[in-house]
Structures are given as structure tokens and as C-alpha cells.
Design a protein around this ligand. Sequence first.
Ligand code: UDP
Length: 149
Amino acid sequence: MERTYVMIKPDGVARGLMGEVLSRIEKKGLKVVAMKLAVMEEAKAKEHYAEHAARPFFPGLVSFITSAPSLSLVVEGRDSIKIMRAINGATKPAEAALGTIRGDFAMDTGRNIVHASDSLEAAEREIKIHFGNDKILEYKRSDDAYLYE
Ligand code: UDP
């Protein structure tokens, strides 16, 4: 089963949207296999967003991500990387379809509520940054047999 890293960013936590986001993940049929509520350390935020280090929005992004608690998740399921990106919607809220988290709840690119890894390599890298050697849980959902043929 494929794993991806998901973050409910400080705006999502502060706006009381953790339950809403988790509910969408669960109802889709994805499985949450690790979860951590914490204020992200600056070094981790910089490593996480390293590909954007030269972009003008980088300092503001790092300072926002480390400003208040965020919820880190490892989410598992067949094609979980692609599915989580679809659940989140386009990066810019104005381009995000209604029915997606960003389309339904966000107004600004810098306050777009959620993150999800965009490739297998990114997922492995990001899970390592945020969960290191922490245990990733294995358990069955009672509906597993109805989610997959
Ligand atoms: N971002 C921003 N301003 C921009 C572009 C990106 O604040 O002009 C932030 C935004 O929070 C976005 C994150 O940087 O989610 C990472 O950007 P990316 O293009 O990787 O989008 P994502 O993978 O989050 O959809």
C-alpha cells in the first residue's frame, strides 16, 4: 500500500478544520497510520520546503508554517499520493474546484490549509523528515473488504 505525507497547516488547525479534513480522508477510504500535532521546528520546515528555498514567498512560508501547531499525518491506501492531491485541490484556491478542501475552505495561496506529497520520492522524503523513526501503525479498517475489489 502506498503512503503519503499530509499536513493540516497552522491555518487549518487554527480555523478548526482538523476534523473536516480528517473526515474527508477517512470517508474516501484512506487510512491514517500516523499522526502528530506539533509546532514544526524551523529546520524541518526549511527542509520540507527546500525546493522553494530561492522563491520570494519562502521566508513567509517558513515563518507561517512554524508559527503555530500543525497536524502531520501519514496516510495510506492504493494511489494515496494522487488521491490526496485530488482531495486537497489546486495550490491556488481560486483555481481549486469546489468539492476539494482548498476549493471549499481557502481564499489565499499562502493560507491553503493542507499539504500532500506530490510524488513517491517526495512522500518518502517528507515522511522521513516529519516522522523519522517513529512507528507507522498497521491495522485493519472494518470496511477494507468493501473499499478494494
Ligand atoms: N506558496 C505560496 N505562494 C506561492 C506559491 C506557493 O505561499 O506563490 C506556498 C503555498 O502554501 C503552497 C506551498 O507554498 O501550498 C508549496 O507550493 P507548491 O507549489 O509545492 O504547492 P502544493 O504542492 O502545496 O500544492
